[in-house]
Design a protein around this ligand. Structure first.
Ligand code: ZN
Length: 357
């Protein structure tokens, strides 16, 4: 959902952005690059941090881009001209989604030597979900996802067939996951090139998303937890059908208000910005308004998630967007349901409907 109050934020670097295969320094030792994506969201921001590890000079990569030849070619350009001739020492991944995790297998193999493996650093939960999702269809399409969407009122047979057929969605962008990893946890501090970066866990978007905060330089690598232009996707998916990710997400972003107001946020999508506190408040308001709309709709009649798409999204959605939107619609209903503001029942047609008690 586009941010109508984007003008309250400040894009301190103007609209400068690195060209494909190029890097742009955003702070001493911190370089920004962008890779293309095969979805409506057309790019991802990745970061290079000047580092020293096990007595070797080089770079840490934060997030990877999806697996395809164009992204690999762009990385080769970066290796040739953006690393000052130094190697990549480790690959840090904020969360398991394909645009972040995709090329971790290739990057770590590309930079491992017989003496020293280039290690993947990631939360244990996201590492294990990535391994499962890469080698199966869990939560990413297929029969289980189609059944889940149908139970929330998605009836279009064509859409359901497409969801059934989409079982290789995750493996197509993340065909492999490194066999070993190093675990990131909330509160842990990473020493990267003479700077301390603190891991801040976030829930609701991914199982155990890790953002990185550097107090010395006033930088937050926010991953997908705080984006300037679009709201973070917060969805219930078939593998955990009674989940309440929106409560988790709102609690997580509230903790980011403890960071300094002038923090420069380095998001995974969009441009670096200041105005973190405004952005968190905007997101809180956005969800409060959606929740009030959903509650209102459930006052007049029992509602299923599919019926609320028009109310929540007010634009035509393609199939990819419809699956995300369904997950978001269920997330809003579940927050209200699990707080006891609405109740749910499973009707004779197998559809779950929510209403005021
Ligand atoms: Zn994500």
């Amino acid at each position: 959902m586009a941010n109508p109050k984007e003008s309250e934020l400040h894009y301190t670097l103007g609209d400068a952005k690195p060209a494909l295969g190029q890097v742009l320094e955003v702070a001493p030792g911190v370089r920004w690059l962008r890779m293309g994506l095969p979805f409506a969201l057309d790019h991802i921001n990745l970061w290079l941090l000047r580092d020293e590890l096990d007595g070797r000079q080089g770079w840490s990569i934060v997030d990877c881009g999806v697996t395809n030849e164009a992204t690999q070619a762009a990385w080769e350009q970066v290796f040739a001209s953006g690393l000052d001739g130094l190697p990549v020492l480790r690959v840090i991944v904020t969360h398991f989604h394909p645009d972040h995790m995709g090329l971790a297998h290739w990057l770590t193999a590309r930079w491992s030597t017989p003496e020293c493996e280039c290690r993947l650093w990631i939360s244990a939960t996201d590492y294990n979900v990535a391994r499962l999702a890469s080698s199966s269809t869990i939560g990413m399409g297929g029969e289980s996802a189609a059944g889940f969407f149908a139970s929330h009122g998605l009836t279009d047979p064509e859409a359901l067939d497409k969801i059934r057929a989409r079982s290789s969605y995750y493996p197509s962008m993340v065909p492999a996951v490194p066999a070993r990893f190093r675990r990131l946890m909330n509160g842990q501090t990473l020493r990267i090139g003479g700077q301390d970066w603190r891991c801040i866990v976030g829930y609701g978007h991914a199982p155990e998303h890790i953002a990185l905060f550097n107090a010395g330089q006033g930088l937050l690598i926010s991953g997908d937890m705080a984006l300037p232009r679009i709201s973070t996707n917060v969805s219930v998916i078939d593998i955990e059908p009674e989940a309440d990710p929106l409560s988790l997400y709102l609690a997580s972003i509230a903790t980011l208000l403890e960071l300094p107001a002038d923090t420069l946020v380095l998001p995974s999508h969009g441009l670096p910005f200041t105005g973190l506190h405004q952005r968190i408040r905007q997101l809180q308001e956005h969800h409060d308004e959606r929740l009030a709309d959903v509650l209102d709709a459930c006052m007049s009649a029992p509602r299923c998630a599919a019926e609320l798409l028009d109310l929540l999204f007010k634009r035509k959605l393609d199939l990819h967007q419809t699956t995300f939107a369904m997950g978001e619609s269920v997330a809003h209903l579940h927050l209200l349901w699990l707080q006891g503001q609405i109740t749910r029942r499973i009707d004779a047609d197998g559809v779950i409907r929510f209403s005021r008690p």
